[in-house]
Design a protein around this ligand. Sequence first.
Ligand code: ADP
Ligand code: MG
Length: 609
Amino acid sequence: MTIRILPPDVAQKIAAGEVVERPASAVKELVENALDAGARQVQVEIRSGGLGLIRVADDGSGIPAAEAETAFLRHATSKLASAADLTSIRTLGFRGEALASIAAISQITLYTHHAEDDLGVTLTLEAGQVVARKPWAGPTGTTILVRNLFFNVPARLKFLRSATGEAGQIGHVIEQFALGHPDVRFRFLSEGRRVLETPGSGDLRDALRQVYGSEIADALVAIDETSESSHARVWGLISTPQVTRANRSGLSFFVNRRCITNLSLVYAVEEAYHPALLPGRHPIGALHLEIPPTDVDCNVHPTKAEVRIVNERAIYSLAHRAVRAALLQVAPLPEIGAPLEPASWIRGSALDAAPAELPGAGHRFDASGARGTETRGHEAAAQNHLSVSDQDTAASNAATTFEPSSAATSPPTGSDAPFRPTALRPVGQVQNTYIVAEGAGGIYFIDQHTAHERILYEEIVAQRSATRAPSQVLLAPVVVPLNARQRAALLEHGAELARLGFDLEEFGPDSFILRAVPPRLVRADLLQALRDAADALAGDVLAPDGTDRLAATLACHAAVRAGDALTLTEIATLLARLEETDVSRYCPHGRPVVVHLSVSQLERDFHRR
Ligand code: ADP
Ligand code: MG
């Protein structure tokens, strides 16, 4: 094909595709403009997930009537004058592309009144071309209506999620603005329903309350730390290790009020929780970094979602210090003690340790059943966990194969032949956490939570493709407050959850009511289970390693916990199901399920061979 310069309308659509990936990106750009104009109040209204209509109204400075048309030209901006200004950006926008891009792929009506003009102006644009202009006598500020986004880019429409999915993404964008600008009042309406409204009090906790609910917001702890050498300050609110989520969407970072993503920062913050954070759990909070604008390069990402920071290491460690200091103040973190770890003593020679030091020596299982009465309630609960869905035949006939799980947990027999636990006979339970069993190949230590979780995971995955799972009506329905993203995920995947045995319904503007659940979940913390399920559904269905996120979340909540005392019958039931299930060596969260001690190893250790 001959090389030719693309006609302007094609070039515009290509450029628009970069800036406006989906309705949420258009909303992001429009709200950024409102904030750059100094708005104290921003109202966003959408229809059909933003594809039908996006309306953003602000009480900012307004656009001078004489410049209204110019604002829609590509590379037209009032925020930069020269290339030098790029090195110290203080505004959210700076490229002068957003309005041109959005206008190229939609129908726009602009109403604006600049403070210094007598009268405002209204413009109508179709695919980037101004088709009407009239005077407008409204208050100072700007309102933009975007209709039929992507109407002339059908290819893009195919890649968008359902309207509720897109509305969820927009909700997430506005939540981030609210956390980045606690001093601005945000109102977000979808299909005429109020989804989010913040007071604009200037108090970050007030904004967090609207996004995550009072229960979470009130439990967050304040952080504030400055670094003289890097002229930086980190402040915000973060959760204690007890208040966590199954994914990272609850942790927001702002650099000079711009919401950014930065994995290194996430790691720096999560590292500060060590070792108190459970695997697979993530903190909640909002962290503001204030850095001299000359030390930040905002012009590195097409949607400005990432920035580059001079001295980034110093900033990460400042964030780490700030979080660590705040957490230590509210509660000393548990020390990494010497936890019961069968793997380590199996690895070394048991002879090296005095018998009394062998783990389990002080926690011998009392097979007589004469245990304290305080465990009875647990037993009943565990019985219930284990007996539900015994009739379920999701178990596969495939041979169950346990391979040595890793260098650390493999038996030091020298034999790397796979071994499978068959004919498992319960011996007992250690620390109410590990099941000890004897099988054909020796002794097995089984993590009761991860094993049960793994079994349930396989069952739930099988059920997702089945017609309809059993459901148990709750004695008292549970009201679950959710954020916009979680609500959108539940609305989008309602049918799927119903198939799994959930009966849930929207309840008020920001909650769902749960009336029935899969029987195995009856005793779980339903509030947390539903929130985690919604988080799982809000992400991609499959994790990068192919794990079914929803099934993993539900299995985790339904499984017996570490610390639950189990009866021998319960242990036997669990072992039987473990033998039947096509279990892999790891739980859905990647922890090992079984540690094996072979007979030959025992014989060697006791010098019988
Ligand atoms: P940028 O934000 O990068 O400057 P945009 O295309 O988003 O580029 O906007 C172009 C210009 O239009 C802005 O620089 C600003 O002067 C003006 N503008 C856009 N939206 C608003 C608004 N809500 N209030 C005041 N001025 C606005
Ligand atoms: Mg802009």
